[in-house]
Design a binder for this molecule. Structure first.
Ligand SMILES: [Zn+2]
Length: 251
C-alpha cells in the first residue's frame, strides 16, 4: 500500500478518535506535520490491546478493535508515540550477536521488551501533556488484567523468561511514576511479590538502575542498556551462562 492509500486508511480508522479533544491536539501537534507513512491494522484476533512494530522494515500499528472509545484513543496515541520516536531516530534498536543460541522470535521479543521499558513511560509522559489520562486505562483495564494473569502462574523456570518479565515489571514501575494514583499499582506489585519473587527482585533492580541512570534521551538509554547488558547473565542450560552482552547488542 502506498503513501496516499495509507493516509486515507489512517484517517478512516482514526476519524472517530478526532472527536476526543486530547487526541485531536496530539494528532495535530505531533503527527500531522511529520507525515509518517504507516499502516494501521485492526486485528480482532490480537491477544494484547495494541502494538507498534515493523514488518519487513514497514512500520505498522495494530489495534484489536475499530477505535472509538477514549481508551482506544489513548492506546492509538500511545502507539503513535512509539512510531514518532522511531521516525525521529530516538528509538534504540537492538541486534543479535551471531551465532546465537536463541531463535529470531525470542531475540525480537526480548529486544522489544527492552525498548518498551524506557519508551512506554516516555510515551505516557508525552500524552499527559495533551490531556490524556493514562492512569484511567491502567487502573480500569491493564492492571486488573495483569493481576489476573499473575494469579495464574508463578516465576517461570528459565532465566530468559524471568528476565523478560522483569523488564515488564520495571516498565510498569517507571510508567506508574508519571501517574498520580498509586493504589492499583500497589495491588499489582503485591501480586508480583507473592507470585513471582524472582521477577520482582530483578524488576526492582532494573527500575532502580533506570531511574539512577536516566532514560529520557537516546544517549542515556544507550548508557543504561550497556549497563544492563554487562550486569545480567542468562543461564542457557545446566552448564552454560551467557552475559546479555553476548546475546544482544545496540545497533
Ligand atoms: Zn508502548
Amino acid at each position: 500500500m502506498e503513501g496516499e492509500d495509507l493516509k486515507r486508511k489512517e484517517l478512516a480508522i482514526i476519524s472517530e478518535l478526532l472527536s476526543f479533544e486530547e487526541f485531536a491536539r496530539f494528532y495535530h501537534d505531533e503527527w500531522e506535520h511529520r507525515n509518517i507513512s504507516i499502516e494501521l491494522k485492526i486485528d480482532p484476533s490480537y491477544q494484547n490491546f495494541a502494538m507498534y512494530s515493523k514488518d519487513n522494515n514497514k512500520p505498522f500499528i495494530k489495534i484489536k478493535e475499530q477505535p472509538k472509545t477514549s481508551d482506544n484513543a489513548f492506546l492509538v496515541a500511545h502507539e503513535m508515540c512509539h512510531a514518532i520516536r522511531d521516525f525521529d531516530g530516538n528509538a534504540i534498536n537492538f541486534g543479535a550477536k551471531r551465532p546465537s543460541n536463541y531463535r529470531e522470535e525470542e531475540l525480537f521479543d526480548m529486544s522489544s521488551k527492552l525498548g518498551s521499558m524506557v519508551d512506554d513511560p516516555l510515551a505516557d509522559s508525552c500524552l499527559q501533556k495533551y490531556g490524556f489520562d493514562p492512569a484511567r486505562f491502567y487502573t480500569n483495564v491493564l492492571i486488573p488484567a495483569s493481576v489476573e494473569s499473575l494469579r495464574a502462574g508463578g516465576d517461570q523456570s528459565h532465566d530468559w523468561h524471568i528476565f523478560k518479565n522483569a523488564l515488564l515489571y520495571s516498565q510498569y514501575a517507571l510508567q506508574w511514576d508519571s501517574i498520580k494514583d498509586s493504589s492499583e499499582w500497589d495491588k499489582l506489585k503485591e501480586q508480583y511479590k507473592i507470585r513471582r519473587p524472582k521477577v520482582t527482585k530483578i524488576g526492582e533492580e532494573l527500575y532502580f538502575i533506570s531511574n539512577e541512570n536516566g532514560y529520557d534521551d537516546p544517549e542515556k538509554q544507550r548508557q543504561l542498556f550497556n549497563k544492563i547488558f554487562n550486569k545480567y547473565t542468562i543461564r542457557r542450560d545446566k552448564i552454560h551462562c551467557d552475559k546479555l552482552s553476548d546475546i544482544l547488542c545496540i545497533v
